[in-house]
Design a protein around this ligand. Structure first.
Ligand code: PLP
Length: 405
């Protein structure tokens, strides 16, 4: 029999957050070992439960939720999202400019599929949330990574962005607040990105799924609120701000220069129709989530659980010799750097696998976020303080042995 091969479209698609190291961790768990997992930004298993009012609303509406909705989503949910765009000062958004999806993930893939032809290029940050790179590749496009500069608090390097634009560049992806770095971008920088997009007629894809997970009293500006003459697609959802990742509810909002994009928008609508509609029970939670009590604001305070865990994880990690880390301003991740002189790592996946085998701590290697060198890893600070302390203690012990090898 001929072997059944996967599609060549998958050749450049990678998603290491759920890759081979996770497979090994699962195997170890099946063998009865306890692994401390600092690898996935999934709040609920760590006790960050979705607000009760959202759950109750979904339960209450379950009988009504057994049919398909409009392929763009429930009208009332899209109205609530439309209201949220007004709160975020994004002008001119109509209900029809909003598509609800099975999480932002589905919409990222959909938005790239609707846009790209072979040879088209999309500017994607490095490091990135790797679904963006994967979705560009899977859609037949070519991801071109622009640098986020660790020395500048992980802010995008505008000169690097400009240097990577070619006649084939169609769009730029901006992940703000950022996964994996926790960076939050100032308005001036957002305006510079808009200027680049304006000059080169690029679409801006703004992934803002962490826009309420903000520390130190920070506020978030939607890039789409800063210009009306550039086409912007803004993504958000319930997974992080409302700790409801399993419900699979996300949305995209089309704003700015829509008139020249009628054909593209038609393509997006067609893809939305082809999958009929997003998960309906979860759509019923959107209005309550956006209009209800914003309990995330309590969690991110210095005294809140997320705020405390961010401080703890950052302090413990940066006490390890040769480890430096920009303190996250937002989201739920740290992206520390290992001094390559002290820790000469040839292959960061092997490094993370060795850590797993020896210390039973699960992380994701920097290259899993399309970071070009082998000197970073990502830490999720969702586990409780005891687990974080234990896990980072084990990382410190592992590194101590590593440098003496
Ligand atoms: N975008 C970013 C930056 C993320 O970190 C994640 C999930 O971790 C997603 C999108 C996907 O979110 P969803 O659960 O809405 O599919």
């Amino acid at each position: 029999m001929q072997p059944v091969l996967k599609s060549a479209k998958l050749a450049n698609v990678c998603y290491d957050i759920r890759g081979p190291v996770l497979a090994r961790a699962k195997q170890m768990e099946e063998d009865g070992q306890r692994i401390i997992k600092l690898n996935i930004g999934n709040p609920a298993p760590f006790g960050f439960i979705a607000p009760e009012e959202i759950i109750q609303d979904i339960i209450h509406n379950l009988p009504a939720a057994s049919g398909y909705t409009d392929s763009k989503g429930l009208f009332a949910a899209r109205k609530a999202i439309m209201h949220y765009t007004q709160v975020k000062k994004i002008v001119g958004v109509q209900v029809d400019d909003i598509i609800i999806g099975n999480g932002v993930s589905e919409l990222i893939t959909m938005s790239m599929n609707a846009l790209l032809d072979s040879g088209d290029e999309v500017l994607v940050p490095a490091p990135d949330y790797p679904l963006w790179t994967a979705a560009v590749s899977l859609s037949g496009g070519t991801p071109r990574h622009y640098l986020c500069d660790e020395g500048a608090g992980w802010l995008p390097d505008i000169a690097d962005i400009r240097g990577k634009i070619t006649p084939n560049t169609r769009a730029i992806v901006v992940i703000n607040p950022n996964n994996p770095t926790g960076a939050l971008y100032p308005d001036d920088l957002l305006r510079e990105i808009i200027q680049v997009a304006r000059e080169h007629q690029l679409i801006i894809y703004a992934d803002e799924i962490y826009d309420k997970v903000l520390y130190d009293g920070n506020t978030h500006t939607s890039i789409a609120s800063l210009a009306e003459d550039v086409l912007m697609i803004t993504f958000n959802g319930l997974s992080k701000n409302y700790r409801a990742a399993g419900f699979r509810a996300g949305w995209l909002v089309i704003s700015g220069e829509k008139h020249h994009a009628r054909d593209y928008i038609e393509g997006l609508n067609m893809l939305a129709s082809m999958r009929l509609c997003a998960n309906v029970p979860a759509q019923y939670g959107i209005q309550t989530a956006l209009g209800g009590y914003q309990s995330i604001n309590d969690l991110v305070l210095p005294t809140g659980r997320l705020g405390r865990q961010r401080d703890l994880a950052w302090q413990l990690l940066t006490q390890i010799p040769g480890v430096t880390c920009h303190k996250p301003q937002a989201a739920m991740y740290l992206f520390p750097r290992l001094d390559p002189k002290m820790y000469p790592i040839a292959n960061d996946q092997h490094f993370i696998l060795d850590l797993l085998e020896q210390e039973k701590v699960l992380l994701v290697q920097g290259s899993g976020f399309n970071w070009p060198t082998t000197d970073h890893f990502r830490v999720v600070f969702l586990p409780n303080a005891d687990d974080l302390t234990e896990a980072i203690g084990r990382i410190a012990r592992f590194l101590d042995h590593y440098k003496k090898r």
